[in-house]
Design a protein around this ligand. Structure first.
Ligand SMILES: Nc1ncnc2c1ncn2[C@@H]1O[C@H](COP(=O)(O)OP(=O)(O)OP(=O)(O)O)[C@@H](O)[C@H]1O
Length: 279
């Protein structure tokens, strides 16, 4: 199924932060091949908070990695803004990721020997870019990190470390922020705080956020939820509430919010990625 955070025709071209057409990703080959994404069409609207949900193994992380240029595609095309990233050379892709995308992962990936401020500005230091001080101050104050800037990660709580990771993703004012289960390692209070900051980043700072999550409560902070199942976008929900998200997940998964089945839930596929009957 084709779906969109802002379907073509509903938003102008410059209202789209990322776009995929016929995005297909197959891992492996022969009898053990897994079709992780099956001809996905998706538009991510600029200035919105989009959540990606679905059962374990449905292709959420693969979709995020392909949209962010962290993984190659097997077929189809992907754009960040107006730039088609499928077909870019490694060096161009690295530069594009560095200059236009911010990442937040479940593990914060902070450098232990650097203090919070140094961690926040590290990507820009590596790129040889000077931070926009006014923007940086706004991010630091929005995230409540002003009095923690000289602390090393080991001197910060988990929630504070995740806020540093969030500030690092925001600091260069990227076109797009991808967050993979950003609240996964946080207690519920710190998780809520972080989601509030991501919401603020969209509402007050005009950022675009795409977040993969299993948690209906987290998804309820977004503007739009995309549901993946078996490598396809099967539904979407505007203005989600936790209860409505949970209901919809039950419909698709036939179970609770965190299905625990094997990651490779599908059967073997043939050379063309088609399920082998009776396998
Ligand atoms: N590097 C890889 N090699 C082989 N198969 C992979 C690889 N990465 C992912 N897969 C498979 O692709 C499918 C989609 O994986 P993906 O990690 O995108 O799912 P997900 O929805 O993010 O799952 P989870 O919620 O468990 O993190 C799964 O069947 C997975 O086993």
């Amino acid at each position: 199924m084709s779906t969109s955070a802002a379907a073509p025709g509903r938003a102008s071209a410059d209202g789209i932060a990322a776009r995929a057409r016929g995005l297909t990703k197959k891992y492996g080959s022969g009898g053990t091949a897994v079709l992780a994404l099956d001809s996905v069409d998706v538009d991510i609207a600029r200035g919105r908070f989009t959540a990606v949900m679905g059962p374990s193994g449905s292709g959420k992380s693969t979709l995020m990695h392909c949209l962010a240029g962290l993984d190659t595609v097997s077929a189809g095309r992907v754009w960040i803004g107006d730039t088609e990233i499928t077909g870019l050379r490694d060096r161009e892709l690295t530069r594009l990721r560095r200059d236009r995308i911010g990442f937040m992962f479940q593990s914060f990936n902070l450098v232990p020997t650097l203090n919070a401020l140094e961690n926040i500005t590290l990507p820009m230091d590596i790129a040889g870019r000077r931070p926009d001080q006014e923007w940086l101050d706004e991010v630091i104050d929005t995230l409540g990190l002003r009095d923690r800037l000289k602390h090393r990660p080991s001197q910060l709580s988990g929630g504070q470390q995740q806020r540093v990771a969030c500030a690092r993703a925001l600091a260069s004012r990227p076109e797009l922020i991808f967050a993979d289960e950003p609240t996964g390692n946080l207690d519920s209070r710190a998780g809520l705080e972080l989601l509030g900051f991501l919401r603020d980043a969209v509402d007050s700072l005009g950022q675009t956020v795409v977040m993969v999550t299993h948690d209906p409560g987290a998804a309820a902070h977004s503007d739009l939820v995309l549901y993946l199942a078996d490598g396809r976008v099967v539904d979407e929900m505007e203005h989600p509430t936790a209860a409505a998200v949970l209901d919809r997940m039950r419909l698709f998964a036939g179970s609770g919010p965190r299905p625990s089945g094997p990651r490779a839930a599908r059967g073997p596929l043939d050379e063309d990625g088609v399920a082998v009957e009776g396998a």
